[in-house]
Structures are given as C-alpha cells and as structure tokens.
Design a binder for this molecule. Sequence first.
Ligand code: SDX
Length: 396
Amino acid sequence: QTGMFTYDPGFLSTASCQSSITFIDGEKGRLLYRGYPIEQLATQCDFLDVCYLLLKGELPNVGQRDEFHKLVISHTMVHEQMQFFMRGFRRDAHPMAVLTGLIGALSAFYHDSTDIHNAEHREIAAIRLISKLPTLVAMAYKYGVGQPYMYPRNDLSYAGNFLRMMFGVPSADYQVNPVIERAMDRIFILHADHEQNASTSTVRLCGSSGTNPFAAIAAGVACLWGPAHGGANEACLNMLENIQANGGIAKVGEFMEQVKDKNSGVKLMGFGHRVYKNYDPRAKLMQETCNEVLAELGLEKDPLFALAKQVEKIALEDDYFVQRKLYPNVDFYSGIVQRAIGIPVKLFTGIFTLARTVGWIAQLNEMISDPEYKIGRPRQLYVGAPERKVTPIGER
Ligand code: SDX
C-alpha cells in the first residue's frame, strides 16, 4: 500500500524503482502526472504548467507561472556555433540523428549546468533543455528543407513560438493559428512523461553514472528513436499510408490477417502497449485533438483519418486484438494530427523528444536527489559456456 495505490507483491518484484512523478493504471487505462489525471491537465493547463508540475511536484500559482515562463523564454536561443555543428550533417540526415548529436553536444556549450550532482546545475540544465528543444527541433527541420533558421520570438507562447520557428520564413509574417497552437501544446502535454518506459529507464541508468544531464538526455533521445517506442508514430503513419496506397479501407481486412499471422512479423503500429491493457487515455485525447485540427483545416474528409478510424473499429471488434487487450496507444492518432499540421513524418519522434525531455529531466532529478541512489547495475542469468582451458591455436 503506497498512498492511494496498492500493488500486488508480484508487481513489486518487477519494479525498477519507486517514483512520485507519474502513475499509470494499465488495466483501467488511467494516467496521472503528480496525481492529476491527464484528461484534466490536457484540457485545463498548458505545457509549461505541466513542465512546472513535473519538475516541482505542484501546479504553479500565477506568480510562479509568470516567473517560470519568463525563465523559459529567456533561454530559447541556442549558441550561434550550433549552426556550424548542424552543417556537419547531410541535408537528408534523419532529424533524430541530428537531435541525438545536438543535445549531447549542449554539454560542450554550457559549463555551468553539467554537474549532475549539483542541484543548481540541474535546474539550469532543465531550463536550458526545455527552452532550447523547440529551437533545436525547428533547426533540424529547417536544415533538412534548406530554409533559413527562424530565431525564437519571446512574445509568443511556447507552442506558438515553435510553430513559427518551424513554418515561418523571414520574408513573411507568420500568424499563429490558435487552434493549431492549442493542439501543438496538447500534443506536448500528452507526451511529457510516462513512468519507467524504455527511454526514461535509459536516462535514469545513464545519469546514474554521474554523467552530465545533457548526455543522459541524449541517451534517452537515442532510445526513443526506436520504432517499438517513440518511432511508432512515424511507423504508424507509414503503415496507414501503405494501406491507403494499396487499396485503402477495402484492404484493411487483408492487412489485419497479415498482422494476425505471427510469421508475417507485421505489427499494427500504434496499437498495443507494455502497460496499458485498456485504451491508452492519451489516444482518446489525441483523437479529439485530431478532430479539432482536421475540422479547423477543412480536412474532415482526410482519407487517412477515416482509414485510421476504420482500422481501430475493426481491431476493437476482432478477437485477436480483444483477447490480447490491444488498444490504440498514444502513437495511433498522433501521426495523423501532426501530418495535418504540416510536420513531416520524419520529425514526429523529434516532437515526441521535445515533449518528453521534461519527463526525463524530472525522473533524472528524482533519482539523483535520492541520497540512497547508486549507479545502476542490472545483473544477468549466465547461460554461457562452463569454465574451460585455452587450447593452442594448432589444436583448435
Ligand atoms: C510507446 O512504455 C511506454 O510507456 C511507451 C510509451 C511512452 O509514452 O513512453 O507509451 C510510448 O512506446 C507506445 C508504444 C508504441 N509502439 C507501437 O505502437 C509499436 C506497436 N506495438 C507493439 O510493438 C507492442 O504492442 C509493444 C512493443 C508496444 C508491446 O509489445 P508486447 O509487450 O509484446 O505487448 P503484449 O505483451 O501486450 O503482447 C501481447 C500479444 C503478443 O502476441 P502473443 O505472443 O500473445 O500471441 O499481442 C501481440 C504480441 O505479439 N501484439 C501485437 C501488437 N502488440 C502486441 N500484435 C500485433 N500488433 C501489435 N501492435
């Protein structure tokens, strides 16, 4: 019994740590950040409120909110030298390769926030990362499309500033669409933290060696890139586009048979979850956001959205998926809404990275501030060769 939650002994043996940041009830499909249900945070707060909550444990009051916001917007620029670092990449480099490099390189630019055991350093690193991730993600995008970088604007909201750095150009004014701005902010909130997932566990393990915060976050970026994890939204959209290109809704049944054939190796991307054995609450909120954005952009008839809803409907009525408790996860609709906003598929996991960075930082801080913590050192079950003698090469 911990607080309001009780765990069965079996569960405790699998727990890698204890944490007070995020709670997931996989059976009921519930997600809470610091005790607040994701449904309330996603509809009543903005992403910077949620960053404050994840980092400090409480939602900000008016004064705290203003102070935090001012702190974040005063660090949105990156060192000009970053542009030269960027030039080392090919224009067609995957944005996640670029971001892994850029974020790891941040420790080379900031020496006042590299000591992970110094709370002040961690605080500065947190602000720098939260502030600069939108700028770095937008730079990675602009570099790929060969457009000039757009410098951050401090008179815009966090999400509005990001949208302008992404889609604005020096030769024209960029008007932030409030519906898209709200949707972008909500996408950040829905991806902000998620307990001990693969990338968060990577960040904790990496940070436990005492490395600098930027390096630990860069390790998380590399892990999140995987298609079974943060790369699933990119994989899911590619899957839907392939179905669309090969017959669309009429071909969904055939595709589902492929998925159910174990030998095909085909997975229904955006479905299933290691923890949720019910609907991922983020998927419902993401579908609503998708509806709002498509309606705002006059894309209600988006064939991919219709296809996704048909795939979901078929899967939720099919025994294979019902018996295995496979439901849509956060990635199922996030690709469709990001594509509608104009974000290229290759950058979807970059958006996930931008949002999840605050969760990684909060989890890292929680671990490092625990006086009992030690460097992570998982053990193994050795099943290799018994001890034996080396024989001279002529006798092998
Ligand atoms: C994220 O951990 C997190 O919190 C991650 C995340 C976060 O916010 O950090 O939530 C973000 O990573 C979401 C997940 C994104 N990945 C995908 O959408 C990729 C597709 N999903 C699968 O790869 C899969 O569902 C996993 C990896 C997510 C989970 O795989 P598991 O642990 O095998 O799932 P399971 O044990 O519940 O599987 C039960 C059965 C198995 O078949 P059987 O051996 O029982 O016959 O269902 C099958 C699985 O093979 N299965 C699927 C499937 N997912 C599981 N079959 C087809 N399509 C799928 N998507």
